[in-house]
Design a protein around this ligand. Structure first.
Ligand SMILES: Nc1ncnc2c1ncn2[C@@H]1O[C@H](COP(=O)(O)OP(=O)(O)OP(=O)(O)O)[C@@H](O)[C@H]1O
Ligand SMILES: [Mg+2]
Length: 255
């Protein structure tokens, strides 16, 4: 059984105008996988992540995590789930402005029974020199790394990242993606990442593409390797020509 399973999940926002943000989505994610969710703006990606993180509820369908339907959790169970099982990296960091880098991490660690050592994680993200800086004294990339360290330090089973590189330059963005990937594999921390950047998807174990609230495609690393092998038909043309030349030479040699 998959570690995470969305079974025909829909989410309708019922304001003045009804919006079906997520429409009959089904997919599975295995434990320890690095999964990328791709899709255009408004496709429903954040809504999916928020439902998986227990911050929003589906109007239809089931979300199974570790063999339990999280939609059926009561208030306290949901708090426990969010506290212990989920680490969330928000797009715009959401750091506590009047706490230092270290204090932001320590605060999150206090919520968890199984937290990692804050200083060790801050070293991992390259911020050991910025422990006493307040968020306003950090660059955008550094703040994002604090947000990631905060989510990882809780040692959650599932790490959810909403556009973690959206506001970063490409070099810092790549560094953060490498960090998330290594953490996922070293800690066996199932990691689900929303991005608009198709290049990031290249390293993912699974790429789920969402369009208009629906799953457009699900591709594993294996599927993408097979596609790459089949794709370059143009390269086969010169190869065939070379073979023909060899065939012409053979009768000459025999004679
Ligand atoms: N709380 C809400 N109330 C009403 N409509 C909402 C709410 N949250 C999201 N929506 C709508 O649901 C749809 C999907 O939104 P969502 O935030 O999931 O998109 P997204 O794929 O994350 O987009 P982006 O890439 O721009 O972040 C959008 O049309 C959005 O306007
Ligand atoms: Mg979004």
């Amino acid at each position: 059984m998959a570690f995470i399973e969305f079974k025909n999940v829909s989410k309708e926002y019922r304001g003045e105008v009804k919006v079906k943000a997520v429409n009959d989505c089904s997919f599975k994610i295995n434990e320890g996988e690095f999964v990328v969710i791709l899709g255009a703006s408004g496709a429903g990606k954040t809504t999916i992540l928020n439902m998986l993180g227990g911050m929003d509820t589906p109007t239809e369908g089931q979300i199974i995590v570790n063999e339990k339907n999280i939609h059926a959790y009561d208030y306290n169970e949901l708090i426990e789930y969010r506290r212990h099982d989920i680490g969330f990296v928000f797009q715009f960091y959401n750091l506590v402005a009047n706490l230092t880098t270290l204090e932001n991490i320590e605060l999150a660690c206090q919520l968890s029974n199984d937290a990692l050592e804050p200083r060790v994680i801050l070293k991992l993200v390259g911020l050991e020199d910025k422990l006493n800086n307040f968020p306003s004294q950090l660059s955008g990339g550094e703040q994002q790394r604090v947000a990631i360290a905060r989510a990882i330090a809780k040692n959650p089973k599932i790490l959810l990242c909403d556009e973690p590189t959206g506001a970063l330059d490409s070099k810092t963005g790549q560094m953060i993606i490498d960090l998330l990937y290594e953490n996922c594999k070293n800690m066996n921390m199932t990691t689900i990442l929303i991005t608009h950047n198709a290049r990031i998807a290249e390293i993912a174990d699974k790429v789920i593409t969402i369009a208009n609230g629906q799953v457009e495609s699900i591709k594993t690393k294996h599927d993408r390797v097979v596609e790459k092998v089949i794709e370059p038909t143009t390269e086969e043309v010169p190869k065939k020509k070379k073979k023909k030349k060899k065939k012409k030479k053979k009768p000459v040699e025999v004679i």
